[in-house]
Structure formats: structure tokens, C-alpha cells
Design a protein. Sequence first.
Length: 404
Amino acid sequence: KHGARVTLSRIVLAWSIFTALSGSATGFYSLLSYRFIFGVGEAGAFPNMARIQSRWLPAATRARFGGLLWMFARWGGAFSIPLAGALMRGYDSEAFRNFFRSLPLPESWAGMDAWRLTFWTAGLMGLVWVGLFYYWFRDHPSENPSVNKAELAMITRGNPPEVRGHSMESHLWGKLFFNRSLLALGVLYLFGSFGWSFFASWMPKYVETVVMAKQEAKPDSDKATPSAPAADEKASWLSPEVRSEWMSAAPHFCGGIACLIGGILCSRLVAKTGDRRRGRAIFPVCGYITAALAMYCVPFVKTPLQATLLICLAEAAHDFGQGANWASIVDIGGKYAGVAAGMINTIGNMGNAFQPYIGAKIIEKYGWNQVFLVYSIAFLVAASMWTMIDPRKTFYGEPVELPH
């Protein structure tokens, strides 16, 4: 109805406001309300980005830029962990408290919890982005005066005919909901998200309670010299808390790099072979199988470094096929890539939604070893979905042409 420019601006405005309001929560119910409305507000982000990608990027670059998009999404998760920790330590420092007291502000503000200020800071960053995006962006490159004719011709070559309105014909909804490729991609994201959400939910706790416990349980002969711990405590960036933050961030960082590399390689392979289906499938299939093996092996390692490396490998392998998966959603969605991505998000995010609860029950009843086995099985199911995915035609029946 409104186009991606207005909608994505509204989405980021909403998530910024409710991120900031999360820092004003007074108890469980207010925090639950703010986070729930945050989720409602941000829900259309990736469908709108799929719509933007289908209009603003040449068809041949979709896997590469899909990888770039997911790389920054992963890096946002990676760097938010140590950044939030650093902000909270900075806001809690005596120097900042004294600076706050020197400002003409209510005295009570100087004693405000650091975590509240951190939420407000994150919200402010989003508001700055909204202003810059809304000023420059347009729904179609032809509407942006900074795009010249040669650029416009390059962008639109190989893309589906432009839909200038913002709706989908009613008879296409049945084809959308019962398209085999889209349903398979939805199931892929359901099980892939189930396995991946370990990195966003249980991984920090696993690092803190299991991985770091292995470090503390090392024999005395393996420990540092007596003078080292004192030096370690003086350097806050070497403290166990900070080490835990960076160990939790490392898998997201590696996953981001894998998103970009996988997207670039996928674009090159499809361009070279002309085989869009197999050229796409090889990256997520190999990635999910590798992720399954890595997750299965995590409980058997003996050191924090080994555990961290395996978890990094698992997330990087999972993300290796993200560019291919995302490009396939845009291809199969065609003129209605935003709607197709929204449908797949609806199915896929059920994995994110219920995994923490299911994971908690498995951990409570069977322990950490069994939960890693479940994640491995989820990744293998995700890999198997590529036997039913065909990105060579749209869900409404038109072939997806490879640009020359």
C-alpha cells in the first residue's frame, strides 16, 4: 500500500522507539509489552528488504548482495554483545557518573542503571538511520535523481516487469501458499532457524556455564603463573566477563564472513555454469551438513578454544548458504518478492520463537549433549529441503531468466 521507503522507515522507527522504551521498563509485564510491540514493529524488515533487492539490484548479483545483507545482519549480532558490555561498563564508571552530575539534569538521572542507558543509546542509533534512509531512498531507482540512465539500465536488466502498485492479484494467493519451492524454503528456514537460534539464545549461557567452567577446571600445571591473574584482573578487557562476551560474539562474526563468501561464490558459479538450481543448492546443502557435524561434536571437546572453534564453524557453515537461500526467495517471489519473503519469514521464525522453550526442556531433562544432537538433526532436515526447491521459475509460473 505504501511502498518500501515509507514502510521500512516506519519499521526501523518502531523498533528504535521500543528498543529505547525497553530501557524504561519497570517490571516483567512492561518489559514483555515493549519487547512484544518491538517484534510486531520490526516484523516486516526482511520482506521489505527482499522487495527492495528485487527492484534495486541486477538479477545476477542477488546471491552476492544477499550474502552482504546477511553478513551485516550477523555482524550486528556479533558486535552488539561486546559493545553493549562496553557501554554498560562505561556508563557505570565513576568518570561518566561525575560527568552526568555536572549536567543541568535531575539528580536522579546520575544514578540511573547502565543497562537502561544502553537501550536508549541503541534506540537513538536507529532514529539517525531512519532520517538518512528516508531522505535518500526511493521505492524504485528510476525515481531517484542520483541514478543515471546507464545505471538504471544495468539495474533493471533481467529483472521481472515492474509492479508500480503495492498489491498482489487475489488469484495468486493460492499459488503462493501451495508453491512447493516456497513451502520447502519455509521448512528450510524453520529447521535452520531452530538450529541457528542456539547462537542467539543458549550460546552465551553455554559459554558461561560450560565452556568457561572447563577453563576454570584446567589442571594447575596448565594455568598461568601466579602473577598473571593479578594482571588479568587489572585489564578489564581480559576479564572473564569480557572474554565470555567476545567468545559469544565470535560465531556471529564468522557467520557474517561466511554469508558474504558464500554469496559471492554462488553468484560466480551460477554465472559460469548457467545452472541456477544446482549452483544455488550446493552452498546451503554443504553448509547445513557441515553445521550438523560441528554441532554434534561440540559436547566432546575438552577445552574452551576447541568448543569456541566448533561453534564458530557451525555458524559459519550454516550461513555459507544464506546468500543462495535469500536469492532464491527473491527469484521465486519475482514481482512479489516481499510477499514471498513474508510468508517464509512467518514459517521460519517459528523455529526462533519456540527453540528457546524446547531447548530449555531438553537441557533440563537430558543435558547439553542431547540438545546439540537435536540441533544437528534440525540442520540435516534443512539441507534435505533443497531436493524440492527450484529457483528457475516464479511461484506464479514465469521462468526466471539468467541475464546475459
